[in-house]
Design a protein around this ligand. Sequence first.
Ligand code: NAD
Ligand code: TYD
Length: 349
Amino acid sequence: MTIIITGGAGFIGSHVVRLFVNKYPDYRIINLDALTYAGNLENLRDIETKDNYIFEKVNLLDTADLERVFSQYSPDGVIHLAAESHVDRSIVSPMDFVYTNVVGTVNLLNAAKTAWAGNFEGKRFYHVSTDEVYGALGDTGLFTETTPYDPNSPYSASKAASDHFVRAYGETYHMPVVVTNCSNNYGPNHFPEKLIPLFINNIITKKPLPVYGDGLYTRDWLFVKDHATAIDLVFHKGKDSETYNIGGFNEWKNIDLVKLLCKQMDEKLGRAPGESEQLITYVKDRPGHDRRYAIDASKINKELGWKPSVTFEEGLSQTIDWYLENTEWLEHVTSGAYQQYYEQQYAVK
Ligand code: NAD
Ligand code: TYD
């Protein structure tokens, strides 16, 4: 089996690529990634010399290059994670999100449709999406697979549009598609512009921790390796044309999460209790900030037997340890040096 995994140099994609390369030595795994600011091949150093792993630096907007990859490798499956993924960036530059998330996804669907030419036996197009397409919840309730789409940010609107195109290709062309909508991920290799890795870095360097608005916004956090195992399960066992919600059963108000992070980091860094909490600074709110996300993940639990493997306290502790042990990774990311790695490692011809 040959699988193209898009966005494999990013945060979640790198965990999915590692899992598949190690777990399925007989599969050929093609990591297709444009290496934007969020793509970092240093994430995959431990597996890059494996025989069943190939990296292709391709932009989803380059249709000719996409067609070249599909005809060169004849993939049986696509797991599509490549995207612009940061809400704050989408507020500043919405068109980047339209191009990569909407146009890029349709380009990928077209490349698969052309390559498979109506013969879908043994084929699968798996689209990885987010719970943010469902909009914002009030104090109660959970997002289910039938919650109407109601996106509020340019990011979630672009992901919603891409989900609709994937579904439409399933209905119109009978392409075997499957979609998952997952809650907020955290863990190793997370780019330090999102809440948890940004705050870990700022606590290490004793910089302010900018909490948006009143800090009472709620997210449902899932350890990234548990998302990767869910993706493995859905890719192999999920039903065509179905959507599965994936979540951590783990809701935290931002301010409570930040206080737990400060407490764990004070202990690990040998700082006085309460020292890092003093870095908390309330700042101007994000425009259109969704109040609460929470996933009902009972369908994937009942139908495929998936559930998260670690508690939030354990996952957060492992995540902090990873950042404290991988200061070189963090330095390369914050200085931009990681972007030279491709040229050095892959000696661009
Ligand atoms: P990320 O920003 O860390 O990585 C995205 C990757 O896509 C990068 O390697 C980047 O180089 C690549 N990419 C971007 N534009 C590209 C293009 N035009 N062509 C080819 N490659 C391109 O993202 P992430 O947090 O790992 O998220 C991966 C996927 O999971 C996204 O589709 C996202 O919407 C979804 N998701 C993320 C979360 C989360 O909490 N991070 C939660 C649910 C769903
Ligand atoms: P983020 O990690 O950007 O994920 P998302 O917006 O996709 O859920 O943000 C998580 C929560 O943390 C969200 O409510 C916004 C908030 N936040 C802050 O309070 N300060 C920050 O500096 C960042 C990046 C996020």
